[in-house]
Design a protein around this ligand. Structure first.
Ligand code: OAD
Length: 253
């Protein structure tokens, strides 16, 4: 797909560029999205059984086993050209803020720092009772079967259950991260939504805040999301192709 010249010009003149990523940004690294028909995680598993505080109270081993299975996939995955292109953008604009809904560490492994993790991370579990961080072994976990129960470790301090360091349905987003994301969306001049269905709130409201603040807003997604009519540009295609192409054109003299 052609990248409009007006979009390249907007990014070139941007003083503060924000990139918000979702599961589609990691899809080309082999990680499943949530809502893609047939392969999406929420197409194959019930969020109510796995991603709520009540689910963890009911069956901690089922929930911990499922997140360990996802963590194993993340540890085996590698950043893709979309992640590397975002890292290159850091050097091409005066200020870049990267906000992700993803619980993997592929932006960081591609060299982007810092990254605002709105939904937490699979790689920093903590005690559900006293919030003490839990140090995970460094090696890639043995392949747990999809759906196999694994009892969560006990907290070294208070004996409570260790839980995944992610945000579950019904929980608040981490306050500092959310406030930083809102500040960035309200003060940027260009805002890119990459690989997100723009359904889950409050993350999906960030692009609306950028719109209200007068920023140029852009979506990169091979599929329609329904918000196209409210954006300045909607680019249809995979992030791993379109983002490197944007970077290539920005680098042309
Ligand atoms: P979704 O699964 O809802 O959306 C993924 C989006 O990525 C879809 O719009 C796809 O069309 C798009 N996509 C697929 N392949 C792509 C590619 N190669 N390049 C670009 N885009 C591609 O995932 P999210 O929007 O991230 O929250 O979901 C938001 C939140 O819902 C997640 O963070 C998670 C989930 O419940 C929590 O767990 C709290």
């Amino acid at each position: 797909m052609e990248i409009p010249d007006r979009l390249i010009a907007a990014i070139r003149s941007a003083r503060h560029l924000v990139v918000l990523t979702g599961a589609g940004a990691s899809y080309e690294s082999g990680l499943a999205t949530f809502r893609t028909p047939q392969t999406g995680l929420w197409e194959r598993f019930r969020a109510e059984d796995l991603a709520t505080p009540a689910a963890f109270q009911r069956d901690p081993a089922l929930v911990w086993g499922w997140y360990e299975w996802r963590r194993m996939h993340v540890m085996r995955a590698k950043p893709n050209p979309a992640h590397f292109a975002i890292t290159t953008l850091q050097a091409l604009v005066p200020r870049l803020t990267v906000i992700t809904q993803n619980v993997d560490d592929l932006h960081e492994r591609a060299g982007t720092h810092p990254v605002i993790h709105l939904h937490g991370t699979l790689l920093a579990p903590l005690c559900e009772r006293c919030r003490e961080p839990h140090v995970l072994p460094r090696e890639i976990p043995e392949e747990p079967e999809n759906g196999r129960s694994v009892p969560p470790p006990g907290c070294g301090r208070c004996g409570g259950h260790i839980r995944p360091g992610v945000v579950w349905f019904g929980e608040e987003l981490p306050r500092h991260e959310w406030e930083s994301a809102v500040r960035a969306a309200a003060s940027c001049d260009t805002f890119l939504c990459v690989g997100t269905s723009s359904i889950v709130q409050p993350a999906a409201s960030l692009v609306e805040r950028a719109n209200e603040a007068g920023a140029v807003t852009v979506q990169i997604n091979p599929n329609p999301t329904g918000i196209e009519g409210r954006l300045s540009f909607a680019l249809s295609g995979p992030a791993g192709t379109l983002l490197p192409e944007i970077v290539r054109q920005l680098q042309l003299a």
